[in-house]
Design a protein around this ligand. Structure first.
Ligand SMILES: [Zn+2]
Length: 109
């Protein structure tokens, strides 16, 4: 296992450094295209506006970490999807499998 300079074990993640604002923005565009503007969880169309005041459709796309950072998930492309604000909020701190299962079973509206 690779170790950081401080000697602590490095968390398993695709890449360690946090993304800058421009990179996050680019990633959102990229994912938005890949997902054809649909939420990863519920499939509803999202808006991709960056300024809060432009967010007239209400359900703006948010970057969602599949594996939570707290669990060692990275912020690279492999670990993020776009989800609508609703799903992002409903998921909260649940692991992604739990949230998807709840949705599948209809226990989550
Ligand atoms: Zn959604």
């Amino acid at each position: 296992m690779t170790r950081t300079l401080s000697g602590r074990p490095k968390r398993p993640g695709p890449e360690a450094p946090e993304m800058g604002k421009a990179q996050r923005r680019h990633l959102r565009w990229l994912l938005f295209g890949q997902q054809e503007g649909c939420c990863f969880y519920c499939g509803q169309m999202m808006s991709l506006s960056f300024a809060r005041r432009d967010n007239i459709w209400g359900n703006s796309a948010t970057l969602e970490h599949l594996q939570r950072k707290a669990d060692g998930g990275g912020s690279g492309k492999a670990n993020v999807v776009l989800a609508c604000k609703d799903c992002n909020q409903r998921r909260g701190n649940r692991p992604v499998e739990v949230y998807r299962a709840l949705r599948r079973d209809g226990r989550m509206t």
